[in-house]
Design a binder for this molecule. Structure first.
Ligand code: NAD
Length: 481
């Protein structure tokens, strides 16, 4: 296959962005845009220094370092034609576990004008009920006691900014690229609350020297398994230890609020706007919420690939009904967006066979995803006395998935939920299905006080256990006009 390689000279690229969380999504999205931008000679100060802070990042660090930080990205078309890109915009890479000092120094570096983040929804350490920063968290308290040796992203950024302030190295923009409601405002709140507890003078400096634009990010990027590596390399003809693959759709809408300057990403298709709310709301409510809606029911029905689940006409209709009946009435449409076309494209994207995303990836960390993708609209639906059938079924399926760890076909599986609290664990184990509605994810919604919701949910929890997921879904669809 023909690979599109970059043409700029890597020696000429300077680091202007520090990115924390060099996962698959970052390497398919921000790096993809930036790699294109670096072709412009006047933009070559915007190379990216990647930073990873977790012990589990060791493999990706070693693999990327073994190949000069270059890697291949395979963009999988909906028409089944794939295109491989060689990406060179990752200019430096630091593993905080091995060299924490280098991370702090890089954050303080005056050439770094932007700190971008993909640290997952759960990484912001927010109370799921109140949305407040969890200052009492054990690791946060350790960082506050031992400011010289932080381990969390909050401690690293506070220490780096502290040095930046001391050296008069100027302001910096913190740009969250995670799927959160108002990801800029949310990260501002999290970092500000942490820094307030760390050093009040620094918190004052941050007020005047750090901006947190909101942004909407979009590109479906599956996890890369070892089988994927073999498959991708044999197709590209390139021996890459750390290839990434993703869909052909890409979008990034950012509020233009960069205190220390920014790359001219608009040259390569990024949209800048004054207010990202409508874009973000539409994307989280339609794409991410539909992903979650599809995830647990289809996993329990035995599907492990999203495109295969979408071939099941019942699941496809379930998702489409959710978009049309449950979400559309509550989602303001951004300017110049055709909502009908957007929804149609989403179904095509989910069905993309060359991406063949993992259902397990959609199931990962539901406890952090529900408060972002599902409960804000569910709240509105309860208040509007709307039909709650599909969401009651989803939450009953989520409980079944977490509690029984066996799908309809009798296959066992591992659950991956890094942010469950001990209370959550007890609520999942309880034999009383209604206890599950007290889970930390649902606390802010007060599901138990909606009789309509409780009735539907209790019935579905029972029916899924006794009949399996598939017949219950069928019965839901039979009742629709
Ligand atoms: P990934 O598992 O490939 O990468 C996750 C990265 O986050 C890793 O580098 C890890 O070290 C880092 N991380 C996790 N928890 C952290 C913490 N507490 N502190 C610091 N770093 C932490 O996952 P991914 O596919 O790259 O997705 C990451 C995030 O990107 C998602 O959670 C989502 O918010 C956003 N996103 C992903 C997609 C997608 O399709 N994959 C699409 C849009 C947005």
């Amino acid at each position: 296959m023909n690979t599109i390689s970059y043409h700029y000279d890597p020696q000429k690229i300077k680091t202007g962005i520090l990115h924390i969380g060099v996962g698959n999504f970052h390497r398919a999205h921000q790096q993809f845009y930036t790699n294109k931008l670096l072709e412009f000679e006047d933009q070559q100060q915007w190379g990216i220094c990647g930073v990873c802070l977790l012990p589990s990042d060791e493999k990706i660090i070693n693999d990327l370092k073994a190949q000069n930080l270059d890697y291949t990205l395979t963009v999988c078309g909906r028409n089944e034609t794939n295109q491989v890109y060689k990406i060179g915009s990752l200019n430096e890479l630091i593993w905080g576990i091995e060299d924490p000092e280098a991370v702090k120094e890089k954050i303080a570096d005056s050439n770094v004008k932007i700190i971008t983040l993909t640290i997952t929804e759960g990484g912001y350490n927010l109370d799921k009920e109140t949305g407040k920063f969890l200052l009492a968290d054990k690791k946060i308290q350790e960082d506050l006691r031992n400011t010289e040796n932080p381990s969390t992203v909050f401690g690293f950024i506070a220490e780096g900014l502290s040095r930046r302030k001391m050296r008069n190295n100027g302001g910096v923009t913190i740009l969250s690229c995670d799927n959160l409601q108002h990801n800029g405002n949310t990260s501002k709140q999290a970092f500000t609350e942490f820094i307030q507890a760390w050093d009040k003078d620094l918190a004052e400096w941050v007020k005047n020297h750090v901006t947190f634009p909101n942004s909407m990010v979009d590109r479906i990027t599956p996890s890369t398994t070892s089988e994927d590596i073999t498959r991708l390399n044999s197709s590209s003809g390139i021996a890459d230890l750390a290839p990434v693959y993703c869909e052909d759709f890409i979008q990034w809408v950012i509020e233009d609020d960069f205190i220390a300057g920014r790359p001219e990403w608009e040259r390569v298709g990024v949209e800048f706007t004054d207010d990202v709310t409508a874009f973000e709301n539409m994307k989280l409510s339609l794409l991410n919420a539909s992903h979650t809606l599809l995830s647990y029911p289809s996993f329990l029905m035995g599907y492990r690939k999203v495109d295969q689940a979408m071939e099941n006409q019942n699941l496809k209709k379930f998702v489409r009904d959710f978009m049309d009946i449950d979400i559309t009435p509550f989602v303001p449409v951004p300017k110049n967006t055709n909502l009908e076309e957007y929804k149609k494209t989403l179904l095509e994207r989910f069905s993309n066979q060359s991406v063949s995303d993992q259902v397990a990836r959609l199931c990962f960390d539901g406890i952090s995803k529900f408060p972002v993708y599902i409960t804000p609209n569910l709240d509105k639906m309860i208040k509007a006395d709307a039909d709650l059938t599909r969401l009651a079924f989803l939450i009953a399926a989520y409980r079944h998935y977490l509690k029984y760890k066996k799908d309809d076909k009798g296959n066992s599986y591992e659950v991956s939920e890094p942010w469950l609290t001990p209370d959550d664990e007890q609520l999942i184990l309880s034999v009383e299905p209604l206890d599950f509605l007290e889970l930390s994810s649902f606390k802010s919604t007060g599901l138990r006080s909606s009789d309509k919701f409780v009735k539907l949910y209790a019935r579905f929890a029972d029916e899924i256990k006794n009949q399996g997921t598939s017949p219950v879904l069928q019965s839901i669809l039979n009742k629709l006009p």
